[in-house]
Write a protein that binds this ligand. Structure first.
Ligand code: ANZ
Length: 487
């Protein structure tokens, strides 16, 4: 069996590159077409077979296009910032920069040995300041246009890694890397205002003619457009709460209303912040996990408030207001009107707390005597037990008709909701691109002037402190802009 001599192999390739410079990208103006391939690995250590497989595909395409007379650009990028580098550096008593650059060197040498046609004169690394300077410029341009903003938001907090986790990184209520029980924490964070473009993103899917339908459907669901209305419910009880707004896609089921449910983070929770029972309940809720899937399959639990909500279409009916674990704070208004007959989550909740289950929609092939049994009925049909709405076709006709009535009576109005959320940029740790924003002594935000960019990460860092190592970098944190002090 033939054995490869890698040293010889590497040497041979290096010679070819150096002598003939065959992979230096030169643009030939006579060639009409331009073809670009790109790879962007995370420099985790050494390359593995997954890299080899994917990069071979790029290499084959690049060579093929070159032979076909295209101008080919085959660059290389390192996605080099991120927490794993910081954690690995901490474990190995190294600086994240050294750890990352060492990995880049190793992986680069391995890729060179493979003889891939990468143009190494076109190499970037996201942790180099000549790269992240542009990232900071982009950030400031978005900031100037109001497309990036700061707000307080509930986040999944990993108390061990001391960082924010995306919903996808919370598995069974625990941090995917540390295994610690994830807490919900309110933090002030920066957001990209991507939800402003929800409709545009949705429309843009139509232009992606060659994309598989499966992928387009996933994108569509991710954007998640819902047509419905907001309803302003009148509230009675011992607390100074007069109204609560809910978003609903099924206002036509209002005659089946039997409770109103709030997220544990809804502003009404402020009245319960010293209530031991409520705090215990809130803790219980955080154990369910924070993803929509976890909430959907988990037990539905509630905490009864002293408030009651009035049915806007049937003013003599008052229903109890609960906090419930299945209501999300960051969708609609963080409040839901419960209709157990026609929504399964509401059905499970009503069964557990012995609340009324009213049938207000019957399937087309049933009589008006139809009663939901064992599970909610969410299919199409005819409205029943709904006074002046009886006989309407649900949902296509009945939803629109009910919205008209609610609008006329000034109780609600038409609303389109998107599930797509603004993109939070979490920077609680050291090894990432510094956000080019500073604060004056009153906490007011100031953009770092572009001439002062890049805001460099300090090299000399003590990783053994708990939390964000940048917090203890006093000298680095304090800056003087136009004679004024900022941090
Ligand atoms: C009452 C109702 C009756 C509903 C019924 C459905 C069926 P999509 O389609 O995903 O937009 N909802 C509203 N805000 C919520 C929140 N913050 N957390 C959890 N659920 C929330 O879903 C819209 C429906 O999700 C809304 O319509 C509301 O329940 C619920 F027979 O209102 B519905």
């Amino acid at each position: 069996m033939e054995r490869y001599n890698f040293k010889e192999f590497e040497h041979k390739w290096q010679k070819i590159w150096e002598e003939k410079k065959i992979f230096q990208t030169k643009i030939d103006k006579n060639k009409k077409k331009f073809y670009c391939l790109e790879m962007f690995p995370y420099p985790s250590g050494k390359i593995h077979m997954g890299h080899v497989r994917n990069y071979t595909i790029g290499d084959v395409l690049s060579r093929y296009k070159k032979l076909k007379g295209f101008n080919v650009l085959h660059p290389m990028g390192w996605d080099a910032f991120g927490m794993p580098a910081e954690n690995a550096a901490r474990e190995n008593n190294l600086n994240p920069k050294d750890w990352t650059n060492r990995n880049i060197e190793t992986m680069k040498n391995q890729l060179k040995k493979l003889g891939l046609s990468i143009d190494w004169s076109r190499e970037i690394s996201t942790c180099n300041e000549d790269y992240y300077k542009h990232q900071q410029i982009f950030f400031l341009e978005l900031f100037e246009k109001g497309l990036v903003y700061r707000k307080e938001n509930y986040v999944n907090w990993d108390p061990v890694d001391e960082t924010v986790l995306a919903n996808e990184q919370v598995i069974d209520g625990k941090g995917w890397r540390s295994g610690a029980i994830v807490e919900r924490k309110k933090l002030s964070q920066w957001f990209f205002n991507i939800s402003k473009f929800s409709q545009e993103l949705l429309d843009g899917l139509e232009d992606l003619k060659k994309w598989p339908n499966k992928v387009k459907t996933m994108q569509k669901n991710w954007i998640g457009k819902s047509f419905g209305c907001e309803i302003n419910f009148e509230i009675e009880g011992e607390l100074p709460v007069k109204n609560i707004k809910c978003f609903t896609t099924r206002p036509d089921t209002l005659f089946g209303f039997s409770f109103l449910a709030l997220s544990v983070d809804h502003e009404v929770s402020n009245f319960y912040k010293n209530n031991r029972e409520f705090l215990k309940f809130k803790e219980e809720c955080s154990k369910t996990g924070t993803t929509e899937e976890a909430i959907a399959v988990g037990d539905k639990i509630g905490f009864k408030t002293s408030l009651f909500a009035k049915n806007p279409l049937k003013p003599d009916q008052m229903v109890p207001v609960y906090f419930a674990n299945f209501v999300l704070m960051d969708y609609g208004f963080g409040a839901v009107f419960g209709c157990p007959g026609h929504d399964q989550r509401d059905y499970d909740f009503a069964k557990k707390y012995n609340l009324e289950i009213k049938t207000v929609v019957r399937p087309y092939d049933e009589t008006d005597e139809f009663k939901v049994n064992k599970e909610a009925y969410s299919g199409p049909g005819i409205l029943i037990n709904s006074d002046f709405l009886n006989g309407q076709k649900a949902p296509e006709q009945s939803v629109i008709e009910t919205i008209k009535i609610l609008e006329k009576r000034k109780i609600g109005k038409k609303r389109i909701n998107y599930r797509l959320k603004d993109w939070g940029v979490s920077r609680q740790r050291y090894w990432g691109c510094p956000i080019p924003i500073v604060y004056d002594k009153d906490g007011n935000v100031k953009a770092v002037p572009k001439e002062m960019l890049p805001v460099r990460l300090p090299d000399d860092i003590n990783l053994s402190v708990k939390g964000n190592p940048l917090d203890s970098q006093k000298e680095w944190k304090e800056v003087n802009i136009d004679g004024k002090k900022y941090t």
